[in-house]
Design a protein around this ligand. Structure first.
Ligand code: ADP
Length: 307
């Protein structure tokens, strides 16, 4: 269940990708030649200090932006060959997005928020609602279909956003600090949900985080610094299990090569990478206090992979 990805094709492939912003006549090299492959089913954490290029990388991997140089192939398509509408269609078919601030439409019910990306697929209203309702059921919100975002807790809003990201059955779920607006307990439940969906559906989970403990749960950890990948390592067991050693990801000055278990882009267990850390049980709706993040006024345009 990995979207429209042809068999054997990496979900995303970046070769020497760079991105330079032009700001007031000054060139800002945000990414300076990054190569990586994301395979179906992987569970990847991207970590690095502020300003290191994580968001730029996520925007590129998600087809929201184009590289200044290098080769970027998403779902088997080279993005440089695509027109803007073609890239939007590819994004809608291949990528789901989850953001720290949820970006739900504030005056729209949960089920209609989740159904939105299906509008761009030309799917009829009834089927959209059915699929959205089923997806909300999978994230534990089958009883909240007609609630609007302000009638939901922060954790529930993020579940709606996750359902919206996955309703199109994408190959990759890109999550940018998905627990950043949530208290610890709620964030843990959302992480467990993401890990469970990754393990069950085979969607690759690529998560940007500055939280070492969160990153330590992923099977693969990519450390970014100064616009470069400083290390890219696979781990058979999550470090968060308690006896897995220190949860440090700070890369050594010389970039650590992939560990023995990850001999190349086609990591043998990449297809079930999310099993690590997955609980195998359906998380319950969030409990405990939460910060009220509140949808932003500009959230109307923030559609989860809808184009
Ligand atoms: P991170 O997500 O790791 O904090 P970013 O990808 O946001 O890093 O930024 C990487 C570098 O690129 C930073 O130096 C940042 O200031 C710069 N940058 C990001 N976006 C822009 C932009 N739109 N215009 C100019 N510079 C930018």
């Amino acid at each position: 269940m990995t979207g429209a990805l042809p068999t054997g094709v990496p979900a995303i492939e970046a070769v020497d990708v760079s991105r330079t912003y032009e700001l007031d006549g000054v060139s800002v090299p945000a990414l300076r030649g990054v190569s990586l492959t994301i395979d179906p089913g992987e569970y990847v954490a991207v970590i690095g200090p502020s300003g290191s290029g994580k968001s730029t990388l996520m925007h590129l991997l998600g087809g929201l932006d184009r590289p200044s140089g290098g080769r970027l192939v998403i779902g088997g398509r080279d993005v440089t060959t695509l027109s803007a509408p073609e890239l939007a269609t590819l994004r809608n078919r291949t990528i789901g997005f989850v953001f720290q601030a949820f970006h739900l439409l504030p005056r729209t019910s949960a089920v209609d928020n989740v159904a939105l990306p299906l509008v761009y697929r030309g799917i009829g209203a009834r089927q959209r609602r059915d699929r959205a309702a089923a997806m909300l059921g999978r994230v534990g919100l089958g009883h909240r279909l007609d609630h609007r975002p302000n009638q939901l807790s922060g954790g529930e809003q993020q579940r709606v956003a996750i359902a919206r990201a996955l309703v199109t059955d994408p190959a990759v779920l890109l999550a940018d600090e998905p627990t950043g607006n949530l208290d610890t307990g709620t964030g843990e439940a959302v992480l467990e949900l993401l890990e469970q969906l990754n393990a069950e559906s085979g969607v690759a989970l690529v998560m940007v985080t500055h939280d070492q403990e969160v990153a330590a749960r992923a099977r693969r950890r990519i450390a970014v610094r100064d616009g470069l990948i400083r290390s890219d390592t696979f781990h058979d067991r999550p470090l968060s299990g308690g006896d897995g050693g220190p949860a440090t990801l700070d890369p050594a000055p010389s970039a650590e090569p992939r560990s023995a278990s990850g001999s190349g882009p086609g990591h043998p267990s990449g297809g079930s990478g999310g099993a690590a850390g997955a609980t195998g049980r359906l998380p319950r709706t969030s409990g405990g206090p939460e910060r009220a993040p509140g949808p932003r006024p500009d959230a109307e345009t923030g559609s989860g992979g809808a184009g």
